[in-house]
Design a protein around this ligand. Structure first.
Ligand SMILES: C[S@@+](CC[C@H](N)C(=O)[O-])C[C@H]1O[C@@H](n2cnc3c(N)ncnc32)[C@H](O)[C@@H]1O
Ligand code: SF4
Length: 410
């Protein structure tokens, strides 16, 4: 790569990384490490789902076990605009996806254009199964700032096992078509989205990390993939930790509060707000943008209570956080370097690092300490509640101090 190409790449990547390398990030890092529970800044980013509907049932995704439990719908564009009107003043990026496939929303073009016209950075994650020419042009022309393509495609066999319901050749054609268009727009000097190819690979305990094989990269030789993002599956807060088909990464040994609660909110299609984008079942609903502002929800009782639980090491008292791998870090150079800095910032009594009670084992349903007092029947109810449902099949929500949100599941 010559110097000019390198400079162009740096500028293009800078557009992408601006949302991450931002003065506000330092503030977030400080308050997260310090364990502040009420925050003097609004959320840095949002997950906002155009729809919870998905056309696939990937075995590593909670959609495969119908974790959305019939809560399917498409966001009303007026509600979306109301959210953008507030979020445009502070969100460094809106992730236009959460539980479903965003391209299934028929008004996606209007959704993108409204965000772009309000100067909001929009990131679309898509399985690319319906990414034909029209949708590709829409993503490019209507203002997606970043497009991540979920294409677990070193080969047909792996792809079709991971993306249940999709056809390898068809998706490959879509992805190549999209990237070819991006290349064409770039040649003509148009602004185009930053492109990421996300590849979920089988967990391999022998390997230091996931790697995209060269033969997969070769398929896209000459096409503008700005970033390759190989991943091992995570367990979606314990929901998919062990599901018979896909092995999620195991939990680490070192406890630390999860940074998502200090930087982000997740919004369902109907306006309910969850504390985290792993919450497919609505276990930790903490507000509703139809009746509350995002700023209000961000420092509302639900969010403050969840942060407090994590800071005090009581994450097991929250149904979703109780099984989450994000709070259990593996021993590594990165963890050592992080904890060296963090130990200078956090209060001395914050229970981080190796914990006597240990990380949950794969597949274990973690009951809160009160479970011990409620007997076998009570424990069964709590275990069911950890999955968002009571034994009678009724959804459980929300667990926080707030009155139940009226727009509950049908
Ligand atoms: C829930 S999907 C929604 C967006 C869209 N349907 C898609 O697949 O790109 C959001 C992201 O989660 C990723 N994902 C699903 N299951 C995962 C797992 N167990 N570990 C890591 N990422 C996962 C998907 O590949 C996708 O990039
Ligand atoms: S990973 Fe995406 S495409 Fe696959 S089932 Fe989940 S939401 Fe659908």
């Amino acid at each position: 790569m010559n110097t000019v190409d390198q400079a162009i790449k740096l500028v293009r990547n800078w557009r992408r990384h601006q949302a991450v390398i931002h003065p506000r990030t330092a503030r977030f890092l400080y308050h997260w490490m310090r364990g502040s529970t009420t925050l003097p800044y609004p959320p840095l980013k949002l997950h906002l789902e155009p729809t919870s509907v998905c056309n696939l049932r990937c075995p590593m995704c909670p959609q495969a076990i119908d974790a959305v439990k019939g809560d399917t719908g498409y966001i009303n564009v007026d509600l979306y605009k109301k959210i953008v009107d507030e979020a445009k003043d502070f969100a460094l990026e809106i992730n236009l996806f959460f539980r479903g496939e965003p391209l299934l929303h028929k008004q996606m073009s209007e959704i993108l254009r409204y965000g772009r016209d309000n100067r909001v950075r929009l990131h679309v994650n898509t399985n690319a199964t319906i990414l034909r020419e029209q949708q590709s042009r829409m993503l490019i022309e209507d203002g997606a700032s970043k497009v991540t393509i979920s294409f677990d495609g070193p080969d047909k066999e792996h792809y079709e096992k991971m993306r249940k319901g999709a056809k390898y050749e068809r998706t490959l054609e879509n992805v190549r078509g999209f990237l070819s268009l991006v290349a064409e727009y770039r040649r003509n000097g148009w602004p185009t989205p930053y492109t990421v190819m996300q590849v979920i690979l089988p967990y391999d305990p022998e390997s230091p990390g996931p790697n995209v094989p060269d033969h997969m990269k070769a398929i896209f030789e000459g096409l503008p993939v700005d970033e390759w993002d190989p991943l091992w599956p995570h367990g979606w807060a314990g929901v998919m930790q062990e599901n018979g088909t896909i092995q999620a990464q195991p939990y680490g040994e070192n406890y630390h509060p999860c940074n998502w609660l200090w930087k982000s909110l997740a919004i369902y299609w109907d306006g309910r707000v969850a504390s985290c984008c792993a919450d497919f079942s609505g276990d930790q609903v903490i507000g509703d943008v139809k009746t509350q502002s995002l700023r209000e929800i961000w420092n509302g009782p639900g969010m403050v209570k969840l942060r407090t639980m994590q800071v005090e090491g009581r994450q097991k008292d929250a149904p979703l956080c109780s099984g989450c791998d994000a709070v259990w870090q593996k021993d590594s150079t990165a963890w050592s370097a992080f904890s060296a800095i963090e130990s200078r910032i956090r209060p001395a009594d914050m229970p981080v690092g190796k914990r006597k009670d240990g990380a949950p084992r794969p597949g274990e349903i973690v009951l809160s300490p009160v479970a011990a007092d409620v007997g076998v029947e009570g424990q069964a109810a709590l275990a069911a509640a950890a999955n968002g449902y009571m034994p009678n099949g009724k959804p459980v929500r929300p667990i926080m101090d707030q009155p139940p949100v009226t727009t509950a599941l049908n």
